[in-house]
Design a binder for this molecule. Sequence first.
Ligand code: AMP
Ligand code: MG
Length: 489
Amino acid sequence: MIERKSGMEVGWNLDNSYTHLPQLFFTNTNPTPVPSPKSIVLNCPLAKSLGLNTEALENNGASIFAGNEIPKGASPLAQAYAGHQFGHFTMLGDGRAILLGEQITPDGKRFDIQLKGSGRTPYSRRGDGRAALGPMLREYIISEAMYGLGIPTTRSLAVVTTGDTIIRETELPGAILTRVASSHIRVGTFEYISQWGSIDELKALADYTIKRHFSDIDTDGNPYISLLKEVIKRQAILIAKWQLVGFVHGVMNTDNIAISGETIDYGPCAFMDTYDPKTVFSSIDRQGRYAYGNQPSIAAWNLARFAETLLPLLHDDEKKAIKLAQDTILEFHDIYHCNWINGMRRKLGLFNEEPEDEKFIKELLSMMDKYKVDYTNTFRALTFDNTKDTPLHDKEEFSKWYKQWKSRLEKQKETKDSSHELMRNSNPSIIPRNHRVEEALESAGKGDYSVMNKFVKVLLRPYAHSSKQNEYTKLPPPSDIPYRTFCGT
Ligand code: AMP
Ligand code: MG
């Protein structure tokens, strides 16, 4: 492994603040070199925003993103964390990911640069530390789509193939994804320190998190209550955004919940076509714990696990600490609900609030559920007043609802144009529909990346409503077999 010192500068400006935390938090580990790295995708706009030189990365990125060349200033490590997986507490940690360092951007922001699929670490358990090309490209496509939709998310800087074959059910090409995140501190990081660390170590983590993510926090009272409140607020905002676009994360274990409020860990996630709160895609989620309709209550459950870890910092008296934590957690549902209902109002072009709004919105959703119609396309049809295109058109209950909606819009003081504008900006024309994601991955598997590149380009502008998007709004051919996703490990 070489440290690059000469040639065109890539523009790394890495800091390693995580290494200043106590040793319990991580293990210094280098990526395992791979035989023949090949660049598959490079996210040039993201690279530029990080202050990286895209020309240098185009020439030499493959060996960096494969972990064969350690960037100047990097201090590679694997992070320790635990987590509740499907409700059960487990010790985890980066089993196939390595944090190279934190890139400080030209505008002073700090982002983790992490390689995923870069070899074994002390936390690998029985895993091989590797990742397959398909799931890494899937993360690339969906995380970029989330970014395009305006939803807080980790992003994907690059995907490289390693030249190695990895063994899953079949032999697959090995790949590494470079993930960019505000940080990789998870609820599971707090659970790990709370379980195996001292109070001082817990305090060090909480203080580090506040400094890194919540520097403008209210410190008049107890800063750790403010931390809890902020984390709850960001999760509530995030989950409302997921619900509004029909995103199903699929594996909301506490180790996959980022404290920053970004969507993280794109394993078995997928977008819902037909509206159905029971939608589950993940093959391992047999009980439907992480179904679309359960996401808000699961988020609250995960936040309760987070609050538990903070108890020793909330109050010296355990009973009082528990009471404080419980009262704070209760705020989740109100913040979530407020964000969700306001988002729904925007989706319907409504500027003002009325007491009957929730009932009115739920009537529409239950018609979608009853008649098994497409979630995204229904809102799109309403936006462009093309309801003839929806299967709801000839339903009497829908006509009644539609008339009520139109009269609400008429009564508003805002113009029709501004309400149309509001709907255009709140209802994406396109989402990464499963059949399209599969199509892009299938072509990529045959060495043709053009389908994926074209797809990602449109996904980045879901509110453009251009004719280029039309082909992506089409539904998959009807099938009796439900769409299934796999963890991609
Ligand atoms: P995930 O379900 O992707 O959130 O992963 C759960 C845990 O399993 C994390 O600690 C991962 O680092 C670890 N893991 C997943 N795949 C592998 C692998 N192929 N080798 C080693 N560890 C893995
Ligand atoms: Mg994970």
